[in-house]
Design a protein around this ligand. Structure first.
Ligand code: ACM
Ligand code: ZN
Length: 505
């Protein structure tokens, strides 16, 4: 009963709107009229932050038409997507919707290195994102398992490492990390040309989605040190650590490559934010390397970890000199980085909290809640995945602003789809939806309005809509009671006095 009431107030929409004032009857929405915003609308959005005012809208649903008021074309676009959802969900009720977002960054990350998806897949996901008012697509464009963006200056990156043996990461490991020619009968992979990426950027812009490109450094860079060994560490006898996990921060060739590639990336992507990775550097070769040792001496460093800070600060300054800002995974906070860098929390929330306390802007994407490569239901019924059980309910329970954090520095929230266990586009959709619905709601809807059962009922209807549109979603109808109730282990479920963890109803 409660779920039905909440659905009535939310109109079944995801994300739930800030306010809906119902009126009797339905609207046939024969036309949509965009009206210059009224004084009343101006007053309503007056206290909002700039980003929120820009996306705010009011829709008056009259018997035959919908009237949109908004302060910008972006607000009009968000309103149109609300109307589109209402029309797809069933008879459109009458009344007035007033709506605006809580956060400016409502994102999804897709790992293109571990499995290459291609333009059509990304466009399809952006269509879905737009319907949910998600506005950031973060593309992880390179990693050890493959480089996915053609570089005119460093063409070997895609020529040599865009194709490999093994669709799953573990199969590539079993094949001894073998890269192959694209004509090899077992070749698995692909890459984007600059023109394809420009086309994607334009497609995104039409949907008010910003694509944030990520070029990973200094770790996860085996494919580059293999292809351009001058970016790898070097022993005294001149031997290079070809295929090392990390770039050599002592080698000038490393900076030449990274800065050249980043300049190419910034030429393609207008994003204010450029992601430079920064996670999980092994630093294994740095203490053995003549160039790293020389760099340490010159800089007065006593610990190889300081080399990570050196590389990140130098690249951050380069990106900033182009009028852009860097985002890095939370490790970059630990080795010194200017406050202008945005920190993306992934190892739980602690990195985000520390960065926020130090005055950094943060994006919250903790693996404790929003890692979409993790299982979404019991292992025995799901395709192979990794991590802890991260059900829709668990994702939905996430609150990006932890107690004590300064909300004004929290740019928003993002679900991350790493693809070591996700070799196909169909599988990627399965992992993204419906959990992406929860990111949309957490990122947009006001704090304190959460209702897990009501949200689940809306997600069920939305999932059916997604399926009708041709998306391969996880099916909430098959969800076990344990996952549905948001518990992560049998022990916790049973400790709460609950029974029948596997039953679906
Ligand atoms: C990450 O998940 N290694 C950022
Ligand atoms: Zn080195």
């Amino acid at each position: 009963m409660k779920a039905l009431l909440v659905i009535a107030l939310t109109l079944g929409l995801i994300p739930a709107p800030v306010e809906y004032r119902p009126a009797e009857g339905t609207s046939s929405v024969q036309k949509i009229v965009v009206r210059k915003h009224s004084l009343r609308f101006k007053w309503a959005v007056k206290g909002l932050e700039d980003f929120s005012r820009k996306e705010a809208y009011r829709i008056t649903l009259k018997p035959r038409k919908a009237v949109i008021e908004a302060a910008s074309a972006e607000g009009v676009f968000r309103a149109r997507k609300t109307i589109e959802q209402l029309q797809a969900l069933g008879p459109v009720p009458r009344g007035v919707i007033f709506d605006y977002p809580r956060f400016r960054h409502r994102g999804l990350m897709i790992d293109e290195s571990r499995s290459f998806k291609g333009v059509e897949f990304l466009k399809k996901q952006m269509d879905a994102m737009a319907l949910l008012k998600l506005n950031v697509l973060h593309l992880h464009l390179d990693d050890a398992a493959g480089w996915r963006i053609e570089s005119p200056s460093y063409p070997l990156l895609t020529e040599k490492t865009a194709w490999r043996i093994g669709d799953y990461y573990y199969k590539w490991e079993q094949a001894h990390y073998k890269f192959v020619d694209k004509d090899d009968p077992e070749a698995y992979g692909g890459y984007y040309t600059p023109d394809e990426l420009r086309d994607l950027v334009a497609y995104a812009a039409e949907r008010y989605i910003n694509i944030i490109p990520e070029i990973e450094m200094p770790g996860h860079s085996m494919e580059v040190t293999l292809t351009y060994p001058e970016t790898a560490c070097m022993m005294e006898d001149g031997t290079r650590f070809k295929g090392a996990w990390d770039f050599c921060p002592g080698s000038e060739a490393t900076f030449e490559l990274l800065e050249t590639v980043l300049a190419e990336v910034m030429d393609i992507f207008p994003s204010q934010y450029i992601h430079i990775g920064g996670d999980e550097a092994s630093m294994a070769t740095w203490h053995k390397c003549v160039n790293c040792r020389r760099r340490m001496e010159e800089e007065g460093f006593t610990d190889v970890r300081q080399l990570q800070g050196y590389l990140i600060r130098r690249i951050e300054a380069f990106v900033r000199s182009h009028g852009r800002e860097v985002i890095g995974w939370d490790e970059i906070l630990e080795t010194g980085v200017p406050q202008s860098a945005v920190i993306q929390s992934w190892r739980g929330i602690s990195g985000g909290i520390a960065a926020n306390a130090a005055g950094h802007k943060v994006v919250m994407s903790p693996n404790s809640h929003v890692y979409f490569d993790y299982y979404q239901d019991l292992i025995r019924k799901e395709p192979a995945a990794c991590g802890d059980l991260t059900s829709l309910r668990h994702v939905y329970s996430y609150e990006p602003v932890a107690p004590g954090m300064d909300e004004s520095l929290v740019l928003g929230v993002q679900g991350n789809l790493w693809c070591e266990w996700v070799p196909t586009c169909e599988h990627a959709e399965y992992m993204l939806w419906p959990r992406g619905f929860a990111i949309a709601e957490i990122g947009w809807s006001p704090m304190g309005t959460k209702d897990p059962e009501g949200f689940r009922a809306r997600a069920m209807a939305m999932q059916d809509l997604w399926r009708a549109m041709g998306y391969n979603t996880f099916d909430l109808r098959t969800e076990t009671n344990l996952a549905r109730s948001g518990y992560r282990t049998f022990e916790a479920y049973e400790a709460a006095g609950l029974k029948d963890p596997a039953g679906t109803e």
